[in-house]
Structure formats: structure tokens, C-alpha cells
Write a protein that binds this ligand. Structure first.
Ligand SMILES: Nc1ncnc2c1ncn2[C@@H]1O[C@H](COP(=O)(O)OP(=O)(O)OP(=O)(O)O)[C@@H](O)[C@H]1O
Length: 239
């Protein structure tokens, strides 16, 4: 695919003898939202952790923006433009909200640009700006999710990977997070999303992939997958 920002081919990842990802291939087109859905243990988080260099594949290729990521260390992957907002958020509760945001810019030296991007995060998520000097641990779960997304954006990524951003959130907070994803796409950020909430995720996705026990079993546009009978039964709770 000519406009693929990310191209994954025959990727395999194992934890010791347990193979969690069993030869998956998928692409993420520039400017689009692509979603991986699947039940618990399907291998979605393992896939994102491998893309960001935290795990090493046992086989296959990962090409990001025309460059192979196979042997690139994690901090270099961030520098190449791939940012990861992890499952569980992993914010630093005793540091302030602003300090947490600045951690996302750890590789940058352009102070003026960093200040501009902190302000951009506060525009995107006003609650973070209002509480910028408070300990991040005082934020609600949804607000911590906003902080994790804001921090990932501080590296000005070409590709933003979001692992379960709606996990544990109220419906209103989930809507806010999903609306932010749409806003980020409109401003030109390419997004790879992992979500348990298939309805919400596929509704805003250009393309989706369904993972099952380490394999991709189905792909289509978000709209096609939302119409698919097996998806409706397995992931949208329909009989
Ligand atoms: N550190 C680990 N050591 C051993 N096995 C692991 C480890 N992390 C994950 N696994 C296993 O790898 C498989 C894939 O897990 P993974 O977390 O990638 O799935 P997932 O699709 O993200 O699921 P969930 O939605 O529950 O997070 C599962 O069988 C899981 O038990």
C-alpha cells in the first residue's frame, strides 16, 4: 500500500515458549484511524508493545515511515515519530500534570516548541491546564487518560498508538476521549487504536482488524466490520 505509514508483515512475538502473536500482517495508512479489536488475550497489547520496541519480535518485519524498526531501540522509535499511550496509562502520580506532560518531550530540545505543545495539550484537555501544578495522582481515571494521551502527543508523533483509552471510564468520559481521537485525526495525526469497546472504536475507524488468539481473522473498513455478523455477535454483544 503506497500510503502506509506502518507496514507489519508476518509478525510473531513470544513470551518464552508462549507465542502471543502468531504471524500477523496489517497496515496503517497515513492520516487514518486504524483499530485492532479482539477478546482478552488476543495479542493486541503485545503487538503495540512490540511496535514501540519494548518487546522484540521472533519473526516478521515492521516498517515505519519507510524504515525497518527491527533493531531500533525504544527511545529511537519515539524519535522516529511513533508514540505509545499504554494500557493502564502509567502516569507518575506524585509528579505534577505539567511535569508528566514534559516527560513526553524528553528527546526534544526546542524549548519554544515544547511550550507551544504543552499549551496545545491544555487546549485539547482544559482540565489539565486548570490543574497543571497539581499531582497527577489527584486526577480521575478519565483525566489520567487525557494526561497519558497529552504526554504521548508531546513527542509530535506521526503515529499515535492508544491502548484501551476508554478502559474503566464513564460513558461521558469515553465519549470525550473518542471525540478527541476524531479531533486529532482531523488535525493530521495518524492513529492506531486498541479498544475493547468495538462499537465506539469501529464507528470512528477507517479500517479495523479483528484479532483472535494471536492471529488476524478479519479486516475491513470500520463500517464493514460494524455490519459483519460475526463481529456483531462476538464484540457488540448481539445474539
Ligand atoms: N509478560 C507476559 N508473560 C507471559 N505471557 C504474557 C505476558 N503478557 C501477555 N502474555 C500472554 O500473551 C497473550 C496476549 O496478551 P495481550 O496482553 O497481548 O492480549 P490483549 O489482546 O492485549 O488482551 P487484553 O485486552 O486482555 O489486554 C495472552 O495469552 C497473555 O496471557
Amino acid at each position: 500500500m503506497s500510503n502506509a505509514l506502518l507496514d507489519v508483515q508476518d509478525l510473531r512475538v513470544a513470551y518464552g515458549k508462549i507465542e502471543a502473536v502468531k504471524g500477523i500482517s496489517f497496515t496503517v495508512a497515513a492520516g487514518e484511524v486504524t483499530t485492532l479489536i479482539g477478546t482478552n488475550g488476543a495479542g493486541k497489547t503485545t503487538t503495540l508493545r512490540t511496535l514501540s520496541g519494548l518487546l522484540r519480535p521472533t519473526a516478521g518485519s515492521i516498517t515505519f515511515d519507510g524504515q525497518s524498526l527491527a533493531t531500533v531501540p525504544a527511545h529511537r522509535i519515539v524519535a522516529l515519530g511513533l508514540a505509545h499511550s499504554p494500557e493502564g496509562r502509567h502516569i507518575f502520580p506524585r509528579m505534577t500534570i505539567e511535569e508528566n506532560l514534559l516527560l513526553g518531550a524528553f528527546l526534544r530540545k526546542d524549548q519554544a516548541g515544547i511550550t507551544e505543545d504543552v499549551e496545545r495539550a491544555y487546549t485539547l484537555f482544559p482540565i489539565l491546564g486548570e490543574r497543571r501544578k497539581q499531582a497527577a495522582g489527584t486526577l480521575s481515571g478519565g483525566e489520567q487518560q487525557m494526561l497519558a494521551m497529552g504526554r504521548a502527543l508531546m513527542s509530535r508523533p506521526k503515529l499515535l498508538m492508544l491502548d484501551e483509552p476508554s478502559m474503566g471510564l464513564s460513558p461521558i468520559m469515553m465519549q470525550k476521549i473518542m471525540a478527541t481521537i476524531v479531533e486529532l485525526k482531523a488535525s493530521g495525526t495518524t492513529i492506531l487504536l486498541v479498544e475493547q469497546n468495538a462499537q465506539a472504536a469501529l464507528s470512528l475507524s477507517d479500517r479495523g482488524y479483528v484479532m483472535q488468539t494471536g492471529r488476524i481473522v478479519l479486516t475491513g473498513t470500520g463500517a464493514e466490520l460494524l455490519r459483519d455478523e460475526s463481529v456483531r455477535k462476538s464484540y457488540l454483544g448481539e445474539d
